[in-house]
Each structure stands twice: as C-alpha cells, then as structure tokens.
Design a protein around this ligand. Structure first.
Ligand SMILES: [Zn+2]
Length: 85
C-alpha cells in the first residue's frame, strides 16, 4: 500500500467521521502519513531521471506516475522495507 493511498484513506475517514474528535484524529493521521510524501514532492519537485540509489534510469512510466520519485521501484521498495522494518 502506498503512502498516498494511506493518506487518501485517512482523509476519507476524517471527512466521514461522525464525531469531531474522530475527524481531528483522522486529519492528524492523514498529516502524519501524507507529510512525508508531500514534503518529498515539494522538496524534490520533479524528482530524478536516474535512481539516486543504483543509478539506473527511472522508467518514464514511473516518473509520470510518481513525479517526485528519485529512485527506481526496486530501491524504493527497499527503502520502504527499511522504514517499516
Ligand atoms: Zn534503483
């Protein structure tokens, strides 16, 4: 599951929560999850054409799907694995 998907889920829960406290919690959760991806997108702008981990050219399809990406799918999954592990 991607960060952006989790963020969208959290925002959805925040918008649809019946209780104000739940809504606030949902927004905090969305902010926590989405913060990293949004900050990356802002800081890194267009991302990179070559993977900053292994140096291969990042496929155009990936750059279009994730304009902020600075590494290839494999290295990204390794990074996420480290982050969650
Ligand atoms: Zn790579």
């Amino acid at each position: 599951m991607s960060d952006l998907h989790e963020m969208a889920e959290a925002f959805h829960q925040a918008r649809t929560a019946p209780d104000v406290t739940d809504r606030a919690t949902g927004l905090e959760e969305a902010d926590r999850i989405g913060g990293v991806a949004l900050v990356q997108a802002r800081l890194q702008g267009q991302g990179a054409e070559e993977c900053e981990e292994c140096g291969i050219e990042i496929p155009r399809a990936r750059r279009e799907a994730a304009p902020w990406a600075v590494c290839c799918v494999e290295c990204q999954s390794l990074r996420e694995g480290r982050r969650h592990g």
